[in-house]
Design a protein around this ligand. Structure first.
Ligand code: EPU
Length: 455
């Protein structure tokens, strides 16, 4: 199993390009199930979660082919299948958003409940509420959500939960509403750029959606949707991660493709810490200028500070000149990275849904364990500035959401490499069977490995 090894202390210099957004690509790939004809999606990152999503689409009767430069072609060939099984959904929660498209197009869906994850409970009540409002009959049995509706009917609904809007809840209901009869109004819809991108793709397919980017989406159902061509937006979370890497490691980094309009809360936070940021024509430049000032941050749905950058910001606070506070308002338990950062010499204390971070002069390299995707990124950032060597195990987490992170960082001058340990050497549990056969996809090849059919 792979590990990432970093020799800390190298300055980062140069330009790094942001890949397409994973969390936009996932629901957009799900939306292709709604279409008659072929969809061509450009800028799809080559990531483990995307491979998992492609595998699910294949199981649901679609042909999915990856070409050069991140172009993915999807065409539904057969609409008989209505089930997304546990083996596949459990590897990637995002795939739960096939529920809405299946229901709208095939009148029936059976999708495994994704379960919890390392940052706590991940309920689906808002998905169920919204689809029920459209007339679906939904039951939860034997670990599956079963949904049925002869016809879906547009309806008014409020989709806010205890933490505000739901990204994939909005995606599921929005996709189903595009083919429902009549008008649907979704209040407290997620406003994330990824939901905007999904909406723009649906409009290209023929959907009628008003209010894109706001908290009130108005959808007038249409008879049919057709395949469309679309380019995925740049990944704002990857962009934010590289900006923080530049701020931590010093030097001068241009994060090309980063969209300032998608990163307002992040840029505001970094600037308030004294970090030198400049918006340029094709991206955002960061210049490292020593230890940053401390600060406080609270994660919120968009346009607030994203929970998916909370762990990385915590690493930045570890090096700040003073005490910082980070509060989670999206996932109260998403702090599993704190203990590993403490192994690297950080001083982080948890207090309810917050952590208090006492900035230190230096971190010291150690062996650490990645526990989830963004926690892995936080450890990589820490490794870049820690004295000596940091070894990060279980890096398959990072491959779910960062395309070739070690190559991108080493091109900037980081001393980082990926090491494949022999089986005997590894003390880690192996990945789940569904994960273990996910190989990198070669351009031009279908995603589904037909030697080992998963469905
Ligand atoms: N929630 C409910 N009921 C629901 C759904 C969500 O109460 O039915 C709550 C959640 O417990 C949470 C909050 O609402 O407190 C927001 O959850 P949301 O539904 O927005 O999360 P999600 O759609 O399942 C997506 C991203 C996550 C990201 C969150 C929040 C994808 C594939 N995943 O998840 O991304 O953290 O939105 O922004 O888009 C990641 O990329 O590392 C990642 C975890």
């Amino acid at each position: 199993m792979d590990k990432i090894v970093i020799e800390g202390g190298a300055k980062l210099e140069g330009r790094v390009a942001v890949s397409g957004a994973k969390n936009a690509a996932i629901p957009i790939l799900a939306a292709t199930l709604l279409a008659e004809g072929e969809s061509v999606i450009e800028g799809v990152p080559d990531l483990r979660d995307i491979t998992s999503m492609a595998r699910i689409l294949s199981c649901l009767g679609a042909s999915v082919n990856r070409e050069e430069e991140g172009v993915v072609r999807v065409q539904v060939l057969n609409e008989d299948a209505v089930e997304a099984p546990y083996d596949l959904v459990s590897t990637m929660r995002g795939s739960f958003c096939v529920l809405g498209p299946l229901l709208a197009r095939r009148q029936k869906a059976r999708v495994s409940l994704p379960g919890g994850c390392v940052f706590g409970l991940r309920p689906i009540d808002l998905h169920v509420k919204g689809l029920s409002r459209l007339g679906a009959k939904i039951s939860l049995e034997h670990g599956y959500v079963s949904a049925e509706a002869g016809t879906l009917y547009g309806s008014d609904m409020y989709l806010g939960g205890p933490s505000g809007s739901s990204v994939l809840g909005t995606a599921n209901v929005l996709m189903a509403a595009t083919l429902a009869k009549g008008k649907t109004v979704i209040e407290c819809a997620a406003m994330e750029p990824e939901i905007q991108d999904l909406s723009h793709f649906l409009v290209k397919m023929g959907a009628d959606i008003k209010g894109i980017g706001g908290p009130r989406l108005v959808v007038r159902g249409v008879e049919r949707l057709t395949g469309a061509r679309h380019r995925i937006i740049p990944d704002r979370i990857e962009a934010g991660t590289f900006l923080m890497a530049g701020a931590l490691a010093g030097g001068d980094v241009l994060v090309s493709g980063a969209r300032p309009d998608h990163l307002s809360a992040v840029l505001d936070k970094l600037q308030s810490m004294g970090i030198d940021l400049r918006v340029e024509e094709d991206g955002i430049r960061v210049r490292g200028n020593g230890r940053p000032s401390p600060g406080d941050a609270t994660t919120l749905p968009y346009p607030g500070f994203p929970t998916d950058l909370q762990a990385q910001l915590t690493t930045l606070f570890c090096r700040a000149k003073g005490i910082s506070i980070v509060t989670e308002r999206v996932y109260a338990d998403r702090f599993i990275h704190a203990a590993e950062l403490n192994r690297l010499g950080a001083r982080i204390r948890k207090d309810g849904a917050s952590v208090i971070v006492e900035g230190v002069e230096s971190l010291s390299g150690a062996e650490v364990m990645a526990s989830d995707l963004r926690a892995s990124a936080a450890l990589v950032l820490a490794g870049l500035v820690a004295d000596g060597t940091t070894e990060i195990r279980r890096v398959y987490h990072i491959d779910r959401g960062y395309e070739k992170i070690e190559l991108k960082l080493s091109k900037l001058g980081a001393r980082i490499s990926r090491v494949t340990t022999s089986e005997g050497e590894s003390s880690e549990p192996s990945s789940s069977p569904a994960e273990s056969h996910l190989e990198p996809v070669m351009p031009g090849s279908p995603y589904l490995d037909t030697r080992e059919p998963p469905c």
